[in-house]
Design a protein around this ligand. Structure first.
Ligand code: NDP
Length: 326
């Protein structure tokens, strides 16, 4: 496993990490989660990602049970959660979501209880909140740091302008700005990581924990000829994801990329994941999995890094047509 510094912070994250979105509670039970987290940990993964909204709090409870059962040294892994969406579903009241001081403080305590830990290493604002001044967010995250409940704070899917505003305010107040952003990054979605955030990577030293490196499985080729039973795109409630992902043009490009991977003698999932982590601005790519075999396969991405020469990357750019104009 390779470990990378999270931006200019002193925290080291494994270049591949593991998260529980969609999978925990919805597709996997405690037994499978135990196996998945164990395989991850044994392969050197030191970062586990979660959020209040994942399976309405059940995902944190499940991860907390596994961590407790495993008894891994707390100092050997980094644990995160995120607040914004709330976990009470459609019934949520006005202050049970968003980034107000009230929700962030309460949500953090709830995450700690569900995960059965004394602190979170990383705590994210899961989205920006137009209804809360960024100064309130900066001050609240710093309060949580001072209380020892979180060690670093970050953002997820914030714009570069919003992240910079948080940094300016933090600097003015002598407080900690966000150390890390969690954006989507994969061969279909490159703009933020390769264009919008460049000046923040260069000038601030922000880390990134990127999500959906396989575009929810699309970049494995598993949807090339339909939707396999039990796969993410087959799940009730995720039609929006299927409608967004399974467009003819996207599937066609995945087929072409798959043929190129075959020419290179590597598997499509490992090529797609290796492509993400070859970007030096990626601190870690968060993997998702429903089966042990998927994780085992995906960890082979490290062996594929050497295949990604400039020529190969250019060919991938031509196939995908998603390289942003910087
Ligand atoms: P991926 O894009 O890697 O998708 C993972 C899914 O793809 C698996 O659950 C599995 O789904 C399928 N898959 C994975 N490997 C293989 C393989 N080798 N062969 C076949 N199928 C495979 O990542 P996720 O979308 O799961 O995101 C990873 C993590 O990122 C999340 O758990 C979460 O922690 C974080 N995240 C954060 C977000 C944010 O807003 N901050 C948003 C989304 C995710 P299946 O078996 O069901 O087909």
């Amino acid at each position: 496993m390779e470990y990378r510094r999270m931006g200019k912070s002193g925290l080291q994250l494994s270049a591949l990490s593991f998260g529980s979105w969609v999978t925990f509670a919805r597709q996997t039970d405690d037994n499978i989660n135990d196996r998945l987290m164990s395989i991850a940990y044994e392969n050197g993964v030191n970062f586990f990602d979660n959020a209040e909204v994942y399976s309405a709090g059940k995902s944190e409870e499940m991860m907390g049970r596994i961590l407790k059962k495993k008894g891994w040294d707390r100092s050997s892994f980094v644990l995160s959660s995120k607040a914004f969406f709330g976990w009470k579903g459609e019934d949520k009241k006005p202050n049970q979501h968003g980034l107000s001081r009230k929700h962030l403080m309460e949500a953090c305590d709830e995450a700690l209880q569900r995960l059965q830990v004394e602190y979170l290493d990383l705590y994210y604002c899961h989205r920006a909140d137009k209804n809360v001044p960024i100064e309130e967010v900066v001050r609240t995250m710093n309060t949580l740091i001072q209380q020892g409940k979180i060690f670093y704070w970050g953002t997820s899917e914030w714009s570069a302008a919003e992240i910079m505003e948080a940094h300016m305010i933090a600097r003015e107040l002598g407080l900690e700005g966000p150390a890390v952003e969690q954006p989507e990054y994969n061969l279909f979605n490159r703009r933020k990581m390769e264009s919008e955030f460049l000046s923040i990577f260069n000038n601030i030293g922000m880390g990134s924990t990127i999500w959906s490196p396989l575009a929810s499985g699309l970049l494995t080729g598993k949807y090339n000829s339909g939707v396999p039973d039990g796969s993410r795109m087959s799940l009730e409630g995720y039609e929006w994801l299927k409608d967004r992902a399974l467009l003819d043009d996207k599937v066609l490009r995945v087929k072409q990329l798959g043929a190129f991977a075959q020419e290179l003698g590597v598997s499509l999932p490992t090529l797609s994941i290796a492509w993400c982590i070859q970007n030096p601005n990626v601190t870690t790519a968060i993997l998702g999995a429903t089966k042990e075999s998927q994780l085992v396969e995906n960890f082979k991405a490290f062996e594929v890094l050497s295949v990604l020469t400039e020529e190969v990357r250019e060919k991938i750019d031509d196939i995908m047509g998603t390289k942003p104009d910087v």
